[in-house]
Design a protein around this ligand. Structure first.
Ligand code: ZN
Length: 547
């Protein structure tokens, strides 16, 4: 603790010695620029910015033009582009999934009862009479002494699992992380684990609360073609079928097997839970089409002066969902908040940095990854193919879903307590009239659902923080209602579009200023912020940083 205090003191002295340069730079962050950026970036002309469409070309061209205007240099061997090889898979599932019990059968209906897809690059997936087994949360976590697959052979079987982790709804912080979701609670983890166990397929039971989003979000994600990073083995090591069941379908399935869903669910939360046969067999077929293509990350830098090999990365994904199912006569998913406002936030921070007369010691990278919406693919690719070595990557500061509803008193940290970056923010917050607020909904696992996670999982301390819960003008209830309304009416819908009547960028300006301050201090320091005790990312970072 002593060490960091000393460093924070030193960095404060650094700020004081060039106050006017810093303050002038900070003033370049303004609502006019942000409005212009979001308006254009989320216009219908950009067709929802979907990878491999004309929308990608427009978005990438726009970003390069902005990077040049701001004065960023190309980051990747003279280019602003990092190519990301991917494969696009279109699943064409059968409308019915047949489940046979010893004396009866049911048919589940696509979209109403289940969704299914496959990562395996084959033309046809065929599952015939695969036994169904309920494997609790589908988690193997040695550090919590937990193994839902203990003594269970799932080869050739389809596992049915619960969403989230056993700590959901618990106040006990030592049981997983209590109500805060761990990575074990994420569907990506559950698919990976089922594949490691050799299961033929996996179906996750959807529930609004523990998932953190309604069935409509699962559905809209399932109906569009899926993107994956190109893989050597064409994903033949993954399950043949991945998917979700609605809660109602799951209840029916359990009751047909003579089991009571709620009762079994409670049992699955207790240590020593043993997987249960669902006394049924599943048959299902699905056709699949795939094509290989290359999408683009956009990367620019302001090179540092004396520690140019060390980098601080700001990020905000450029992609969104493209053109899709029309809602209220509108089929363009503009993605103005997701992720237009964060893009404006990032570009304005970049401009503040390039406006400095005295460039910082460390390099600042401005990073617009592709395909966040398809599973953080662009950032994952970067983390696996970094332009600057990871042990020289000081921090990642990412944003997603910045709400344009004016200034906030809070600065909400998602994944609060993970790294020392929280302490930097806590130090500046009062100067900006803000206070730190740990994300009040840690059970939704947001820390694992945006691009900073790609950096965290390879050990780079990553911060995801924004004003969200306490409007300076209208208070907490109002802010909560605005967020809720936005999630219900706009999130991943064509209605996520720029609205000159109701939008106010002042809060995003303040979010940009405080993150500029954090990056500025880090960029003039020689300190590498650490993960805190108890963070699941601490160990991998320490391995990298070993001399
Ligand atoms: Zn987003």
């Amino acid at each position: 603790m002593k060490k960091i205090n000393l460093l924070l003191m030193l960095s404060t002295i650094g700020v004081l010695s060039c106050t006017s340069d810093y303050e002038k730079a900070e003033l370049t962050i303004n609502t006019e620029d942000m409005t212009r950026i979001v308006k254009e970036f989320s216009s219908d002309d950009f067709r929802g910015r979907k990878p491999f469409t004309v929308g990608e070309e427009k978005a990438v061209d726009f970003l390069i033009k902005e990077y040049k205007r701001i004065g960023l240099e190309p980051a990747n061997n003279g280019s602003y582009i990092q190519e990301v090889p991917m494969v696009e898979v279109t699943d064409i599932p059968n409308e019915r999934m047949k489940i046979r019990f010893w004396n009866s059968a049911i048919e589940l209906k696509y979209k109403d009862d289940f969704v299914a897809f496959s990562k395996q690059l084959v033309d046809k997936i065929s599952i015939k009479n695969a036994p169904l087994v309920f494997a609790g949360y589908g988690i193997v976590a040695p550090e919590y002494n937990w193994n839902d697959y203990k003594d269970l052979d799932v080869k050739g079987k389809v596992v049915v699992v619960l969403v989230n982790d056993p700590g959901f709804g618990s106040e006990d912080k030592s049981f997983f992380k209590g109500n805060e979701m761990t990575y074990y609670g994420r569907w990506t983890y559950k698919y990976e684990e089922a594949a490691r166990q050799g299961a033929k397929g996996i179906l996750i039971i959807h529930e609004n609360e523990p998932a953190g989003y309604p069935w409509s979000v699962v559905l809209s994600g399932a109906l569009i073609p899926k993107l994956y990073l190109k893989a050597e083995d064409n994903y033949m090591s993954m399950c043949a079928m991945e998917g979700w069941l609605t809660l109602n379908a799951a209840k029916e399935l359990f009751s047909m097997a003579g089991l009571q869903f709620e009762e079994i669910k409670e049992k699955a939360k207790t240590p020593g839970f043993k997987a249960i046969s669902l006394k049924s067999r599943l048959s299902f077929e699905m056709m699949s089409q795939h094509r290989f293509a290359i999408s683009k990350n956009v990367v620019g830098v302001l090179p540092g002066t004396t520690r140019a090999d060390e980098v601080i990365i700001y990020s905000s994904h450029w992609d969104h969902l493209g053109v899709g199912t029309a809602i209220n006569g509108d089929s363009i998913y503009n993605g103005a908040v997701d992720n237009g406002t964060s893009t404006a936030w990032m570009l304005e921070i970049a401009e503040a940095f390039t406006s400095l007369k005295k460039r910082p010691a460390r390099t600042i990278m401005i990073f617009s990854p592709t395909s966040e919406e398809q599973g953080l693919l662009g950032s994952k690719y970067y983390a696996e193919n970094p332009i600057y070595p990871l042990n020289k990557t000081v921090a990642n500061i990412n944003n997603d879903l910045l709400l344009p509803y004016g200034p906030y008193n809070d600065i909400m940290i998602t994944g609060h307590g993970q790294s020392e970056l929280d302490d930097y923010l806590a130090k500046y917050a009062p100067e900006y009239g803000r206070y730190i607020l740990p994300d009040p909904n840690p059970h939704t696992g947001m820390y694992y659902r945006a691009d900073h996670f790609s950096f965290a999982r390879v050990g780079v301390p990553a911060l995801f923080a924004r004003g969200n819960c306490d409007s300076r003008e209208f208070g907490k209830d109002w802010a909560l209602k605005k967020e809720k309304d936005w999630l219900n009416n706009n999130y991943h819908k064509p209605a996520d579009q720029y609205d000159p009547q109701t939008w106010n960028f002042e809060g995003i300006v303040e979010d940009a200023q405080i993150m500029f301050r954090l990056g500025y201090d880090l960029a003039n320091s020689d300190y590498f912020p650490k993960w805190k005790e108890g963070s699941e990312f601490k160990e991998v970072r320490e391995r990298y940083l070993k001399p």
